[in-house]
Design a protein around this ligand. Structure first.
Ligand code: KG4
Ligand code: ZN
Length: 458
């Protein structure tokens, strides 16, 4: 599979000021990321029998360092090289768009194969475009969850091989934290605490970011995420899925009448900040069936009348899908300001945040509440390696990382992957009776791990 899109030396982004005093870097000692916590002792199961001799201890974070980030949690194979100043030295993304278009969704086994085919090439290209080699890199950051186990494994294996061979520390990254924190790479004014709405194919999260690794979950989806609803609507409308369903719906919606079909806004009766898109999906499917739209006929071959009918559905769907976001954000802002009155920003990130209509509508909500919207550029909203490298940089600076894995790690080594891994602790007052979330096999949240680790250090 060819590497479909590459971005090299995106020096257009402003260099942020560092949120930590540089002097703190030098005093940091090398220590495993979660060393104090024996129950989930390390991001990766570093064998206790192989302590690193002092001579092999990697450099502690310095003022200026470089991190390689690797992302394979879903259907994009991505890598990037980022400097601690925030300068993006390279960004490479290989998307599985052809597979998506062919199968109408992500099939884990096929996605794993596609990742395996391109991972070496993607990482090498990221290093080449950055004009660095592994020896210039201070650490490797990799997404360890949430996501598809089979896919996460490909990135983690590559990261550990690279880190093992070059004796580099490794930082296990939470995919959704990375979506939120990448906003701090491009917006230097963005300090904690801030709010974030993270909207992607698999997640719909409203969080209050109190500090690095410390999040309160104000709302989540009780069934599908908004990106899934965009993707299914696009598939049922016979749209070209090669750029994924979201952009196809956004484009077609511009031609339609957004008020022509009266879809109802989900969860109006639940006065909380949770989301639900399964019901809206059903409403859309029924509307498509009742208009005899045939998804087998691609939109490019549809008659004018058929096209206009599909555009009306796309526009009406998008309006209501985003109204649901707006309504939840309004309430979340109220809750968040009660907890942290100093909040000034709402970050909107994740694939769906690249949508211009979504941005414009949320900008109005935010302005009404005297806050500021921070949206990363589209290439940093959809899955990418930059967000992983940057999140690695943020954690590395404060000494949260794991020791280099052994260079000769066996192929059958059991990696610590976290397919179901909440970001924050649920806001107790915001719990909804409508929640039907499966709790089985959920990993303790990133926030609870960090808090336990901080307590043990005190
Ligand atoms: O964050 P992301 O790249 O991957 C996940 O972590 O899921 O998000 C992918 C989702 C897909 O559902 C895709 O259709 C959606 O983001 N998306 C969009 C747009 N671009 C990507 N949805 C609406 N409008 C867009 N322009
Ligand atoms: Zn994502």
């Amino acid at each position: 599979m060819a590497v479909s899109a590459t971005f090299s030396r995106l020096n257009l982004l402003p260099r942020p000021s560092l949120p930590y005093p540089l002097s703190t870097f030098r005093v940091l000692k090398f220590r495993p990321m979660w060393a104090p916590l024996t129950s989930f002792s390390a991001h990766f199961s570093t064998p206790k029998s192989s302590p690193i001799p002092n001579t092999q201890i990697p450099r502690a974070p310095d003022d200026d360092f470089i991190v390689l980030g690797i992302e394979t949690s879903c259907d994009d194979t991505a890598a990037a090289v980022v400097r601690s100043s925030g300068e993006i030295l390279s960004q490479v993304v290989s998307s599985q768009a052809d597979l998506l278009a062919r199968y109408g969704g992500v099939a884990p086994k096929m996605a794993e194969e596609a990742h395996s085919q391109v991972i070496d090439q993607v990482v090498q290209e990221a290093l080449d475009k950055a004009n660095v080699s592994e020896t210039d890199v201070s650490a490797v950051a990799v997404t360890i969850g949430p996501g598809l186990s089979l896919c996460l494994r490909v990135g983690v294996r590559k990261a550990r091989k690279t880190a093992g061979r070059f004796n580099l520390p490794i930082i296990g990254v939470h995919h959704m934290e990375a979506h939120a924190l990448v906003a701090r790479l491009m917006e230097k004014k963005l300090q904690f605490p801030f709010m974030a709405l993270l909207i992607s194919g698999g997640h719909n999260l409203l969080i209050l970011a109190q500090d690095l690794g410390q999040y309160i979950q104000l709302g989540t989806t009780i069934d599908d995420a908004i990106g899934e609803a965009y993707d299914k609507t696009a598939k049922w409308l016979g749209l070209d899925l090669r750029r994924s369903g979201g952009p196809a719906i956004e484009e077609l919606a511009r031609e339609g009448d957004a008020k022509s079909i009266k879809f109802s806004i989900p969860m109006k009766q639940h006065k909380d900040c949770n989301f639900s898109y399964a019901g809206l999906k059903t409403q859309v499917r029924l509307a498509i069936e009742s208009r005899n739209i045939n998804a087998e006929i691609p939109i490019s071959c549809a008659s004018d009348q058929d096209r206009s009918s599909r555009a009306d559905i796309a526009a009406s769907f998008q309006r209501v899908a985003v109204l649901h976001l707006e309504e939840r954000c309004e309430r979340a802002i109220e809750w968040a300001l009660n907890i942290e009155p100093s909040i000034k920003h709402l970050v909107v990130s994740g694939g769906v945040a690249s949508n211009q209509y979504v941005r414009a509508r949320l900008d109005q909500v935010v302005k009404k509440n005297s806050l500021q919207l921070v949206c990363p550029p589209p290439s940093l909203c959809t899955d990418n390696g930059v967000m992983v490298a940057w999140t690695g940089i943020e954690h590395f600076r404060v000494g949260r990382f794991d020791p280099p894995p052994p260079a000769d790690e066996p192929e059958d080594f059991v990696y610590d992957l976290r397919p179901r891994w909440p970001l924050g602790e649920e806001f107790a007052e915001g719990r909804s009776e409508a929640r039907s979330l499966r709790k089985a096999r959920i990993h303790p949240s990133l926030t609870s791990i960090i808090q336990a680790s901080l307590q043990q250090q005190r």
